[in-house]
Write a protein that binds this ligand. Structure first.
Ligand SMILES: N[C@@H](CCC(=O)N[C@@H](CS)C(=O)NCC(=O)O)C(=O)O
Length: 219
């Protein structure tokens, strides 16, 4: 039975999981969550009533949360690219960076985007200011961290980079990474050049008009 991924190509968390699948050429079926796919949407809502995607189904197992999907793939469908090393200490730092990108980059950037699609009377200007401040702090810290590094943790591409790629991609659209953060810009470019993420970005291009803040005319 093939792996089934309930996802949308333009979703940042789905791209995070897709990068892991593409890194290892893992076969799977893409279950599109879109307005024209009502029965797939109904299946997904039954699987995960919290209504968040991606969701991976492997036989009788349902796996939620992009990080856990990547951990699961490493355990049950491993390929040549190990995104989480067996060395526990090295894995700890990778998980820290994964949390960093989810909590301090993806989350505040999502707040800015969600605020833009709310009705004007319930917009949260204060929350958006907080999100922008968090992103600036995250960019500053990451810039120091990335000095002299190729990837977010250790010497090779990992779970942390799967999280970083869509997080920095969309964060730069929502709240531009300052020019002074040269190491973050260089890292974002390296992520864009990684074939697994380049593929995810290409597959999502047709959906750019959906970006609530207006997608810039660049990657
Ligand atoms: N913590 C979840 C977050 C997943 C998430 O928020 N996904 C977004 C799409 S990028 C979503 O489901 N949005 C639907 C909604 O907010 O209603 C993960 O890591 O997978």
């Amino acid at each position: 039975m093939p792996l089934n991924l309930y996802a949308h190509p333009f979703s940042s968390y789905c791209q995070k999981a897709l990068i892991a699948l593409y890194e290892n050429d893992t076969p799977f079926e893409f279950r599109m969550l879109g307005p024209d796919d009502e029965s797939t949407v109904a299946e997904w809502m039954a699987l995960w009533p919290l209504k968040r995607f991606p969701v991976l189904v492997d036989g009788d197992r349902t796996i939620m949360e992009a990080s856990i999907i990547i951990e699961y793939l490493g355990l049950h469908h491993p390929g040549p690219v190990r995104l989480i090393p067996s060395d526990a200490d090295a894995a700890l730092d990778i998980r820290l960076m994964d949390r960093f990108f989810d909590n301090y980059v993806m989350t505040p950037q999502g707040k800015i985007v969600v605020n833009a699609i709310r009705p004007a009377e319930v917009r949260d200007a204060y929350g958006v200011e907080e999100a922008r401040a968090m992103l600036d702090a995250a960019y500053r810290w990451l810039d120091g961290r990335m000095a002299g590094r190729e990837w977010a943790s250790g010497d090779s591409f990992s779970l942390a980079d799967c999280a970083a790629a869509p997080a920095l991609f969309y964060a730069d659209w929502s709240h531009a990474i300052g020019e002074e953060f040269a190491h973050v810009h260089a890292y974002r470019q390296r992520l864009l050049a990684r074939p697994s993420f380049a593929r995810a970005v290409d597959e999502a291009r047709p959906y750019r008009p959906l970006f609530p803040l207006g997608a810039p005319d660049r990657d």
